[in-house]
Design a protein around this ligand. Structure first.
Ligand code: DQA
Length: 146
């Protein structure tokens, strides 16, 4: 099983961003933990982070064929990028939306997600652990299908 993990804008700055919302782990540390979990679960993971909407869309288009499912934290694009919504819908792959912070308890504009109705699950407020949870859920979800 191949899982594509996509992170959007400003997530490259984790560790320096507001730790009360995002925790203290860097993206590299989160990815390392995900890599270890993937090895335990016997699945493959690949990572992509970009601050650019088009680059995320390009990666979804190019890697979808070689992936079985997706974990995405689209950062602020979550709240308004219909272009990323379309790109992820076009992959036809199951995906889980992750947010480190609890977006529902923050500003009104963060309550809306363009992925609503598409994501298999949404995991919020678990900081870096949310990515591990997403991996576990996707592996369960996809093994049920076989
Ligand atoms: C975020 C929440 C978004 O509202 C914000 O713009 C981010 C990070 C999160 O992981 O909690 O950059 O996606």
């Amino acid at each position: 099983m191949k899982i594509l993990v996509i992170n959007g804008p400003n997530l490259n700055m984790l560790g320096k961003r507001d730790s009360s919302q995002y925790g203290t782990e860097t993206l590299a540390q989160i990815e390392e933990n995900v890599r270890k979990k993937a090895a335990d679960l016997g699945v493959e993971v690949s990572f992509f982070q970009s601050n650019h909407e088009g680059a995320i869309i390009d990666r979804l288009q190019s890697d979808a064929g070689a992936s079985d499912c997706i974990v995405i934290n689209a950062g602020a694009f979550t709240h308004f990028s219909y272009a990323i919504r379309d790109a992820i819908a076009d992959t036809k792959l199951p995906f889980i939306e992750v947010h480190l912070s609890n977006v529902h308890e923050r500003e009104e504009f963060r309550h809306k997600s363009v992925f609503e109705g598409l994501a298999a699950e949404v995991i919020v407020g678990h900081r870096g652990k949310g990515y591990i949870m997403a991996l576990e859920r996707l592996v369960k979800l996809l093994s049920k299908k076989d």
